[in-house]
Ligand binder design. Structure first.
Ligand code: GDP
Ligand code: MG
Length: 436
């Protein structure tokens, strides 16, 4: 796929706004990539339409070509749709109750044990419940896993699952447990009996969390399954299993975008410690299957920033450093983050000196400076000599500052210019890092 995309990248080297043709050329590849990742076709269709609408007419950044710009938007949209990792809803009176639902073989029992292990390691007192009393093998499996993670397993013969869940909850409360994890039965397909049973359990014990476990290998069918469960019990999170396999995890985006249920965990193996909270960037790159392409785009952008910093430094050395450059430098400083962070990055002596600066004062004066510079006309920024008293008054008014502030900034600018001249004589030794 990357090869095909790179060909498109080479063919499109124009600048300006994205045209329909630019966008469509790339979206054909994106559509294929998503279908190959087993994203449901209806979701693919919506996604492609959304990205297309956002892309056409969008400005192409100077660092990228049009195709790269489209992919950047695709990637951002994908990360946004996948959503931030969500935590369990552990709040309210204890014991908290986590109900695990899903089709048979999806990895529920394994996930229940992994979750028990995780919560136990966080200091919770955890009880596992085998709410699948019809299959002795299922109970045995949970008991084995429970032993492995050091968590007791509640079972009871001859009662239906809702009763069993209620009894387990009672016992947990009396025993001072803080979390109860219900491992429920699954069927190989959605059926009414399974759904009725889950509904009754949910009514009886009101779970704090109801997690749907989905096998990432099941492909397009995942969406249908998720909708079935969502219409029965109120899901609070997804656990995507078997992410250690070949699947690109397209199910995640299908389910997430149609049901809005947040992804809470990824399961990445059969071992009891193979449970991860997921990273939307990583998952997006896996679903798109364009990891290298996205890496290239990020590199291109970084290289461009570096180049423009270097150009500016060169310009300064030649002596035509204007207020325009001054303004651009401030914008670059802004992009680096909050002032405290910038101060922390300063090396050696500068760092020492910076310790005497109050970041709040610095932040404020940076804002004042920016406001003043942006109230100037371009002509004024190119030639500050034309700034007579009435122009200075106008600028002060426009930026909500005083004439003294404007004078101070101009003085600072003159000093910087003088410093630049000195630097030119010394051949650039001792040049502050931020200029290049
Ligand atoms: P349940 O029927 O939903 O309770 O599913 P199980 O927890 O019994 O899991 C079914 C099979 O999938 C078992 O063989 C598990 O070891 C395996 N399994 C579960 N989660 C994962 C995973 O994340 N990766 C891999 N490779 N296997 C898994
Ligand atoms: Mg099971």
């Amino acid at each position: 796929l990357s090869d095909r995309l790179n060909k498109i990248f080479d063919n499109l080297r124009r600048r300006g706004k994205l045209s329909e043709a630019d966008v469509d050329a790339v979206m054909r590849e994106v559509r294929l990539a998503l279908l190959e990742a087993d994203v449901h076709y209806s979701v693919v269709k919506d996604f492609v339409a959304r990205v297309r609408a956002r892309s056409i007419g969008a400005e192409v950044s100077k660092a990228l070509n049009p195709a790269q710009q489209v992919i950047k938007i695709v990637n951002e949209e994908m990360i946004g749709t996948l959503g931030e990792p969500a935590r369990l809803n552990l709040a309210g009176p204890k014991p908290w109750l986590v109900m695990i639902v899903g089709l048979q073989g999806s990895g529920k029992t394994t996930a229940a044990a992994k979750l028990a292990r995780l919560l136990r390691s966080q200091g919770e007192r955890v009880m596992l419940v085998a709410a699948d009393p019809y299959r002795p093998a299922a109970i045995k499996q949970l008991q084995t896993l429970g032993e492995r993670v050091g968590v007791p397993v509640f079972t009871e013969d001859g009662v239906n699952p809702p009763e069993l869940a209620a009894h387990a909850f009672d016992q947990a409360r009396k025993g001072g447990y803080t979390v109860v994890i219900l491992d429920t039965a699954g069927r190989s397909q959605l059926d009414d009996q399974l759904m009725d049973e889950l509904r009754s359990i949910s009514r009886k014990v009101t779970p704090t969390d109801t997690l749907l476990v989905i096998d990432s290998m099941i492909g397009q069918e995942a969406l249908h399954v998720a909708e079935g469960f969502r219409d029965t019990v109120s899901l609070t999170g997804l656990v995507l299993t078997k992410m250690d396999g070949d699947s690109r995890g397209g199910a995640a985006i299908s389910i997430r975008s149609v049901t809005g249920v947040p992804i809470k965990f990824l399961s990445t193996g059969e071992g009891v410690d193979a449970l991860e909270s997921y990273d939307p960037r990583r998952l997006a790159s896996r679903i798109l299957g364009m990891g290298d392409v996205i890496g290239l785009i990020e590199k291109a952008e970084a290289a461009y920033d570096e180049q423009s910093a270097r150009d500016q430094a060169k310009k300064m050395m030649k002596g035509d450093f204007t207020l325009e450059d001054f303004a651009q430098q401030l914008r670059q400083i802004r992009k680096m983050g909050p002032f405290q962070q910038i101060l922390d990055m300063l090396p050696g002596n500068l760092g020492q000196a910076a310790r005497n600066i109050d970041p709040k004062d610095a932040e404020k004066s940076l804002k004042v400076t920016e406001a003043i510079l942006s109230s100037m006309t371009q002509a004024e920024r190119h030639d500050p000599d034309i700034l007579n008293a009435s122009r200075r008054r106008r600028i002060a008014r426009g930026s909500g500052t005083e004439v003294q502030d404007v004078n101070r900034i101009l003085k600072q600018f003159r000093e910087t210019q003088r410093m630049v001249k000195t630097l030119q004589k010394t051949g650039g030794r001792g040049m502050p890092r931020m200029f290049g």
